[in-house]
Structure formats: structure tokens, C-alpha cells
Design a binder for this molecule. Structure first.
Ligand code: PGA
Length: 256
């Protein structure tokens, strides 16, 4: 693995409840700190909304960052149950996952909605981790590259006009093929590399004034991490179920 910075985003989804999250953080506090202190390692923990403030104060002034799993597409107003990007910023949340396929599938989030969410986050200096990826059916029908292009272009068109783009803000694009999430199946090294090159090519066409990072997510595990780290185009990984077990997460971060 080259000695480049590498991001590990733990997406706890709704897999860890309140007390489980408290125990995870309390029991592994020192060890988490040691992991995050590893050179060129960025560890971002994304708990349920309810835990963000608690974890933010727990990990304040440490190398661990806290992220959210979603935010509202709106600034403020009568949107019962939603959480604004501004609130996330105010509690010290530095990152936010948006457009996860589970949100697209179960909550009907469209590319347009996802683009609005990314804009709200950027306006509030929260770094968006935008998920893209094709379903199994789309893959089988040979539509992978078209789907990725559509998902990226709908966002990039909004970002070119983004008022806060001054080269200092970061955006993360996370390639998460839907058929790899929670399935134990992963793309081959070549498939992933080709998809990442395509994603970079599309994004590159827009000359965006952002720092751009590329992640992969989908069944990241102790078995798959080493080959993922060898992919030059990757700046990090999004880890779902493997991140809810500290010993597995630790092995993933420490693997070379
Ligand atoms: P998984 O989930 O690692 O459990 O496949 C990844 C994700 O959904 O971000």
C-alpha cells in the first residue's frame, strides 16, 4: 500500500442501538484512539443521529471524527422528523453520508434530492460522503456505467454553480455497488478499478473547485481490505457490518 492518507468510514446504520453505541465507544475508547493515531489514518464514526452529540463530546479534540448517516435536503421549516445540515454542523459533526442506496431504495431519494442534500451540507461546512452505485439488475443489463454517469452528473451540474466552491471544501464520492452491500460479494480488482476510473473521468469533466476523494463500500472485510488498499484510485472505504465489531474494525484499519 502506498503511504497515502486513507479514510475509514464506519457506517453503523441502524445496526447499533443507543446503549450498544455507548458501550462500543466506552469499552473501546483507548483502542479507538490508538487506531486513529496511526499515521495517515482518518477514522470517521457514523452513528445514529441520537448519538452524534454524545460521541462528539466524547471524542472532542481527538483524531476521531463523527459523521451522520443522512440529513435533510431543506434548510429549515416544517419537515417533521428531519435533521438539518446546520444542526449537524452546530453539534460538531464533520461528515455526512448522503444518497446511500438504502435511502434511495427505502425512502425514495432521487438524484435530485441527493444533490440538494449535498448542497445543504457544503453550505454548512459538513463534508458530504455521496454514495453512488448500480443495482444487480442494472449491472446484469450492462447499465453500470450509465447509472454511475447519471448519478454523478446530476450532482456535478449543481456543484459547478455552487457558491461555496473555493477549492477548500471536500467532497467524498463513495462507490457502493448495491449488489455488494451486506452480501459478502465484492467486485474484482479490475472491475473496481475500471469503475473508479470511469467515476473519476465523469467528475473530472466538471473541473469542480473542491477537494475530491474516492471511497469504496460494500462488504469491506478483513479478507477484502488488503486488495482494496492496493487500488491507487481509492482514498478510503465505507464499512458497514464489519465496523460494528471493534476487533474486526481494528484488523481492517491495521491491515496492510
Ligand atoms: P456492508 O455495508 O459493509 O455491510 O456491506 C456497507 C454500506 O452500506 O455502506
Amino acid at each position: 500500500m502506498s503511504n497515502k492518507p486513507f479514510f475509514y468510514v464506519a457506517n453503523w446504520k441502524m445496526n447499533l442501538h443507543f446503549h450498544e453505541t455507548v458501550s462500543f465507544c466506552a469499552e473501546n475508547y483507548e483502542q479507538l484512539m490508538l487506531l486513529a493515531e496511526k499515521e495517515k489514518t482518518y477514522l470517521i464514526l457514523c452513528p445514529t443521529f441520537l448519538m452524534i452529540e454524545h460521541m462528539q463530546s466524547m471524542f472532542r479534540n481527538t483524531p476521531i471524527s463523527i459523521g451522520a448517516q443522512n440529513c435533510s435536503e431543506y434548510n429549515q421549516g416544517p419537515y417533521t422528523g428531519d435533521v438539518s445540515a446546520k444542526s449537524l454542523m452546530e453539534v460538531g459533526c464533520r461528515y455526512c453520508i448522503v444518497g446511500h442506496s438504502e435511502r434511495r431504495i427505502h425512502f425514495g431519494e432521487t438524484n435530485e434530492i441527493v444533490a440538494h442534500k449535498v448542497s445543504r451540507l457544503l453550505e454548512n461546512s459538513v463534508r458530504p460522503i455521496m454514495c453512488i452505485g448500480e443495482t444487480l439488475q442494472e449491472r446484469q443489463e450492462g447499465k453500470t456505467y450509465d447509472i454511475l454517469a447519471q448519478q454523478l452528473e446530476s450532482l456535478c451540474r449543481v456543484l459547478i454553480d455552487c457558491k461555496v466552491a473555493d477549492g477548500s471544501k471536500s467532497i467524498f464520492f463513495a462507490y457502493e455497488p448495491v449488489w455488494t452491500i451486506g452480501t459478502g460479494v465484492t467486485p474484482t480488482y479490475d472491475e473496481l478499478k475500471q469503475a473508479l476510473l470511469w467515476i473519476k473521468e465523469i467528475v473530472g469533466r466538471y473541473n469542480l473547485a473542491f477537494r475530491i476523494y474516492y471511497l469504496y463500500g460494500g462488504s469491506v472485510s478483513v479478507d477484502t481490505i488488503s486488495s482494496l488498499k492496493k487500488i491507487e484510485e481509492l482514498n478510503g472505504v465505507l464499512i458497514g457490518s464489519s465496523s460494528t465489531d471493534f476487533q474486526i474494525l481494528r484488523k481492517i484499519v491495521l491491515s496492510s
